[in-house]
Write a protein that binds this ligand. Structure first.
Ligand code: ADP
Ligand code: MG
Length: 729
């Protein structure tokens, strides 16, 4: 019998690194050349059109139809010069991927000829059939139309000979059906709120820009092995697999020398990224074997999100050319670390200042303190919503599972800043502070970040950590669209800054001097937000107990965590800031529940298939070898000798039967639970049933399958083993 695993292993054995296509010239020579960015626009647009587009990007002003026609025509000329034959609106529906529908530029011109055409109306708006994208009940089936609308703040680009135009995606009645629409609204709300607060410190600030630098973790696996692991193929993770003797315990992979095949792959996907203006700059091995990370230079949030979505697409396509598969799933392998996507977030002003970076002067330091404390206060007020924003079936394997950040939301500040906040708490009394006290406090702040920037004072177990000049939201999953968590973070900080401004203004109205008023309000927040601050080990059992004492929630599963999406406070937050209506937010909640259910359902089906079609037949085949051997021995040995000789085999035969029985019974039970869950009448009940009734069966099945893997003749085992997949030449 042919064993697919062995054919795949043969293929891997003879694999050589694929020669990268990336040129050896300097990156600056080709960087951004497939982007319709500043330079291309300068070259291809009239002065008038150029200024109008720049205004739209910087100030959000609208572009009139005449200019849109000009921009479309310029984009067409530019992109056809780059070899593009098609164009597409490129958007981010709520199924987690990016969507594109390519249309040719050409139009029949009669006489069997065609001309290339692309008009302003095609650029600005399109009406894709929305019926196959998740809408959470917003879209009625009889009104399937939705429309996509150009987002000029994220530049068009050419990828795979197609001009891609970033767009938002909304229903025909105007409700958001994508990630980008609420993200843009949250950025707008935050800009307004932060700029207003900046006025206390610097009248020149007229705009604030939220910034994001993501760190993308991923695994690589040989394509041949991936192709015969149906679980990996269909669910993105291995549902079975005994731990290899050597996993990550020696910690010899982190920042180790990068395997040749991985380097060749990295060079190529980075090259594609650089053509697209994605500023990826850092690459290194991660903790688990065959796990890696890449990180860019940070950018404005909307652009950074688009770039991350595009990056994941590029990574998948380039991997195939290298006979590899990239695994973006949060937990492809049990027993070794999973993958996250740290979201480094900060706020910059149009005057070039990072608001989360203290400076050398007392004035900028009070400004820093304001944004720093307000962010912590925002996390305190909406910790559960932040948790909801990172909830997914995949991420459940990381959060709270003794690795990467726990499911309990807390903020890490570092010793120095914690002490600073404690000092403020003590020194600002109801009475006035002396001018000397204030100056001393403000100057003290300036000395702190250097310590944090120097990696030593970093706590790696916190889900939300201050790292010197930015907050790092570490609990985001590796396959997630960063928009979800970023929309929430922007929104909660925006709301908090509005509250802050009201509080300070109220004191100023009572003739309290401005600095004094700011200090008093910050002190109030420092006291109020104390329970969210945690400097210790976030993985430990003690923290769970401590957190419970403090009244912090620990939602271990997605269905539980998602509740916060539709709490009164969350709905009010999104509505007050004009980000999402109740109906839109409730629809999102439904979609998240449905996605969760479907993911667990698919995993459950794959488990059933693989167990019945591959595992049990292999175990029985091996058992037959043992049985034949034992019956043979019976013929040649005396009764007494036989007992001694066959003892071990008889034990194995029995164990195989027992394990196969347990597996089979558990699969049947799982199928029953699935049926019951499918019959429930709402999305919430279904998600909970899949979480609490179906999913627990996975563990028993897997445990026994993995035991069989260790018993059955290696030559008969049908699926590539962990030790084979977690190794890259
Ligand atoms: P690490 O956290 O692994 O030590 P770095 O300090 O280099 O790594 O930062 C990681 C990410 O944080 C990078 O993508 C970087 O661009 C980003 N980053 C740095 N400063 C900011 C900022 N002000 N706003 C947003 N992201 C930032
Ligand atoms: Mg980091």
């Amino acid at each position: 019998m042919e064993n697919r695993r062995f054919s795949a292993l043969q293929e891997v054995l003879h694999r050589n690194p694929v020669e990268p296509v990336a040129p050896s010239s300097q990156i600056s020579e080709y960087y951004g050349s497939n982007v319709f960015g500043y330079d291309a626009m300068k070259e291809y647009l009239s002065e008038e059109a150029f200024l109008m587009v720049m205004n739209a990007i910087e100030k959000g002003s609208t572009i009139d139809r005449k200019i849109a026609d000009q921009v479309a025509s310029a984009m067409k000329s530019w992109s056809t010069n780059k070899g593009a034959t098609h164009y597409t609106h490129w958007f981010q529906p709520l199924n987690g991927t990016t969507a594109e529908k390519h249309d040719g530029f050409f139009e029949p011109a009669g006489n069997g000829r065609a001309i290339e055409r692309f008009s302003g109306s095609q650029l600005v708006q399109q009406e894709p059939d929305a019926s196959s994208f998740p809408s959470g009940g917003i879209r009625n089936t009889f009104e399937a139309r939705g429309y996509t609308a150009w987002d000029p703040t994220s530049p068009a680009f050419v990828f795979d000979k197609t001009l891609c135009i970033p767009t938002i995606f909304v229903s025909y009645t105007g409700e958001a059906l994508d990630y980008k629409t609420p993200l843009l609204k949250s950025l707008h709300a935050l800009d307004k709120a932060a700029t207003d607060v900046c006025q206390y410190f610097d009248k020149n600030v007229t705009k604030t820009i939220a910034t994001l630098g993501w760190e993308q973790e991923y695994f690589l696996v040989d394509a041949a092995l991936y192709n015969v692991r149906y679980d990996l193929q269909q669910t993105g993770r291995t549902l079975f697999g005994a731990s290899p003797a050597k996993g990550q315990q020696l910690e010899d992979h982190y920042w180790g020398s990068i395997p040749a095949r991985a380097t060749a792959y990295m060079r190529d996907f980075e090259y594609e990224c650089h053509l697209l203006g994605i500023p990826v700059r850092t690459r290194h091995n991660e903790v688990a074997p065959a796990q890696f990370e890449c990180a860019p230079v940070f950018e404005e949030v909307n652009l950074a999100v688009d770039h991350n979505q595009l990056l994941m697409d590029v990574m998948e396509k380039v991997a195939i050319k290298h006979n590899l598969r990239v695994l973006l799933h949060e937990k492809p392998y049990a027993g070794v670390n999973g993958s996250g996507k740290h979201n480094n977030w900060s706020l910059a002003t149009n005057t070039g200042k990072n608001l989360l970076s203290p400076g050398k002067t007392p004035k900028t330091n009070l400004q820093f303190l304001t944004f720093f404390v307000n962010t912590i206060m925002a996390v305190h007020e909406h910790a559960d919503l932040l948790r909801a924003a990172i909830a997914s079936a995949n991420n459940d394997h990381r959060l709270g599972a003794n690795e990467a950040p726990p499911a309990i939301m807390s903020a890490f500040l570092g010793d120095q800043l914690s002490k600073m906040l404690d000092d403020i708490e003590k020194s600002v009394s109801e009475k006035k502070m002396t001018p000397e006290q204030k100056t001393a406090l403000k100057l003290g702040i300036g000395k702190i970040p250097d310590i944090l920037l120097d990696n030593t004072d970093r706590n790696r177990t916190s889900p939300f950590a201050f790292t010197g000049n930015k907050f790092e939201f570490r609990a985001v999953g590796s396959s997630a669209n960063c928009s979800g968590p970023m929309t929430v973070l922007n929104a909660i900080v925006a709301e908090q800054l509005i509250t802050f401004k009201n509080d300070v203004d109220a004191l100023i109205a009572k003739n309290v001097e401005k600095d004094e008023a700011i200090f008093q309000v910050l002190k109030k927040y420092i006291v109020a937000s104390k329970k969210i601050r945690f400097e210790g080990n976030g993985y430990g059992e003690e923290w769970k107990k401590e957190a419970q004492k403090r009244g912090l929630n620990n939602f271990n599963t997605t269905p539980q965590a998602l509740e916060a999406y539709v709490s009164k406070t969350s709905l009010k937050l999104f509505e007050d800031l004009g980000i999402l209506s109740h109906r839109e937010q409730e629809a999102r909640y439904e979609i998240c529940l449905e996605t969760y259910t479907k993911k667990i359902q698919i995993e459950s089906r794959i488990i059933g298939d693989v167990v019945m079609n591959q595992i049990i037949p292999s175990a029985i085949r091996y058992q037959k070898v043992l049985v034949d051997n034992v019956s043979g021995m019976k013929n040649i040995f005396s009764a007494a000798d036989f007992k001694k000789a066959a003892d071990v085999q008889l034990d194995s035969i029995k164990e195989i039967s027992e394990r196969v029985t347990i597996i089979k019974n558990e699969v049947e039970k799982m199928i029953e639970e699935r049926k019951k869950a499918n019959n429930l009448d709402n999305a919430k009940k279904q998600a909970h049933a899949y979480c609490d009734k179906v999913k627990p069966c996975f563990e028993t099945i897997r445990y026994n399958v993995d035991k069989l893997e260790m018993m059955v003749d290696d030559a008969m085992w049908p699926m590539p083993k962990y030790r084979e997949m977690l190794y890259l030449k």
